[in-house]
Design a protein around this ligand. Structure first.
Ligand SMILES: NC(=O)c1ccc[n+]([C@@H]2O[C@H](COP(=O)([O-])OP(=O)(O)OC[C@H]3O[C@@H](n4cnc5c(N)ncnc54)[C@H](O)[C@@H]3O)[C@@H](O)[C@H]2O)c1
Length: 380
């Protein structure tokens, strides 16, 4: 009988939706793969003592603290996992790195490129493992899409296209919270767009410049008996020019009625097309220029075959995976090579995404094309 691998002790800051998703991921990861360590969440932080205690009980986490600084300073925490709002990320990550802890940070890495670059600098100087929670990369169909692009299935990428439609902000009666505050929640470009931009950079390479527009349709929201101003966009769209010469378009919206979390990614290359739609997340559509013309159209790939990324570790073909699987895959990917293998996507990837977000925000504000190099130069 082989011994249980030694524990890798994790402290999770934040107990909301992502605190739950990450807790789930660490529990399931050892069921999927043989890991050199056993992930154990030792402590969770939250400002409301009662609420964080209730969440920790439900997630099976033995201890709680009410300040993330306390979580960072504990001897029984090797990895700080940041599941708090974006405006807190850079500060928590920087302090965790200074304490010598590995850091996994939810997306977006920060709310500005300057903050993201500061966090990147901190983890680089400290030499600690670092990763950003771009979990959608770990869905089998998205991972397969990237692999097929790499293997030449679409030839040279010419067009990249993505949308993310949600109705999170559609109801004017939804009250104000941190998501409506730019300094804490970041823009819709950074919130939803960061996932799409990560996939764009991963699949089509660096972005050269962007031209964007953004709008806020509901300018204030109920808060503590009064009204508070909304300082983020409800929706935005952008044209992208990639360094490779490829072109792209992207639209994000949190005011699309009856669209819950509908995102799509499409790539058109010189030799083929790939289409992913999150509503059918175990599928990928593919058509190649050399396909039999009598079968003109696209074929639906079931991204569940054991030869496909992640699929062999999950259920028998035909059963599919869901959102939660991406967090289990994330935990397994990060811990599989512990402590030697670097983590990806890392803070450098997160900062690169944030630079494109900043370029889009700057373009939307100024009404002109903005190059990513302008953003990078402005923080030198
Ligand atoms: N990868 C994904 O699929 C995904 C999905 C949703 C959210 N997110 C990201 O995860 C992060 C958290 O989002 P969520 O949906 O879990 O939010 P949430 O509102 O459900 O939970 C946020 C947590 O942070 C705490 N918090 C709030 N303000 C804080 C502050 N000023 N200082 C310290 N803690 C504070 C809250 O008490 C709560 O525990 C965000 O960065 C968000 O963009 C990622």
């Amino acid at each position: 009988m082989s011994a249980t691998p030694p524990p890798l002790r994790i402290g999770i800051a934040g107990y909301g939706v992502m605190g739950k998703a990450h807790s789930y991921g660490y529990r399931v990861a050892p069921l999927l793969r043989r890991l050199p360590v056993t992930p154990v969440v030792t402590v969770m932080s939250g400002r409301d003592a009662g609420a964080v205690a209730a969440a920790a009980r439900a997630y099976g986490i033995p201890e709680t603290v009410t300040d993330w600084r306390e979580l960072i300073s504990r001897d029984d925490v090797d990895v700080v996992d940041i599941c708090t709002p974006p405006g807190t990320h850079a500060q928590i990550a920087t302090q965790a790195a200074a304490a010598g802890k590995a850091v996994l940070c939810e997306k977006p890495l920060a709310v500005t490129y300057a903050e993201a670059a500061g966090a990147l600098d901190a983890v680089t100087r400290a030499g600690v493992h670092n990763a950003v929670g771009f979990n959608y990369r770990r869905l089998p169909a998205i991972a397969l899409m990237r692999r097929m692009i790499d293997q030449g299935a679409v030839g040279q990428v010419r067009l990249w296209r993505a949308t993310w439609l949600s109705d999170e902000f559609a109801d004017p009666a939804t009250g104000w919270d941190w998501r409506f505050d730019r300094a804490m929640g970041g823009t819709t470009i950074a919130d939803l767009g960061s996932h799409l931009i990560d996939m764009a950079l991963w699949m089509a390479g660096p972005v050269d410049s962007v031209c964007a527009q953004a709008a806020t349709f509901i300018g204030e929201r109920a808060f503590e008996g009064g009204m508070a101003p909304v300082t983020v966009d409800d929706a935005a769209s952008a044209l992208l020019r990639f360094e490779s010469g490829a072109r792209g378009t992207m639209e994000v919206a949190r005011t699309a009625v009856r669209r819950p979390c509908d995102f799509t990614v499409e790539v058109n290359g010189s030799q083929g097309t790939l289409v992913f739609s999150y509503a059918r997340l175990n599928e990928l559509w593919y058509g190649g220029a050399d396909d039999d013309i009598r079968l003109y159209g696209m074929r639906r790939i079931r991204a569940e075959h054991p030869s496909h990324p992640y699929a062999a570790q999950w259920w028998p073909i035909g059963q599919g995976v869901g959102y939660g699987s991406s967090f289990a895959n994330q935990a397994a990917d990060l811990l599989e090579g512990w402590p030697d293998a670097p983590w990806r996507p890392d803070f450098a990837d997160g900062a690169a995404v944030q630079a494109v977000c900043d370029a889009m925000e700057s373009s939307a504000a100024s009404g002109r094309w903005v190059s990513v190099s302008e953003v990078l130069a402005s923080t030198l």
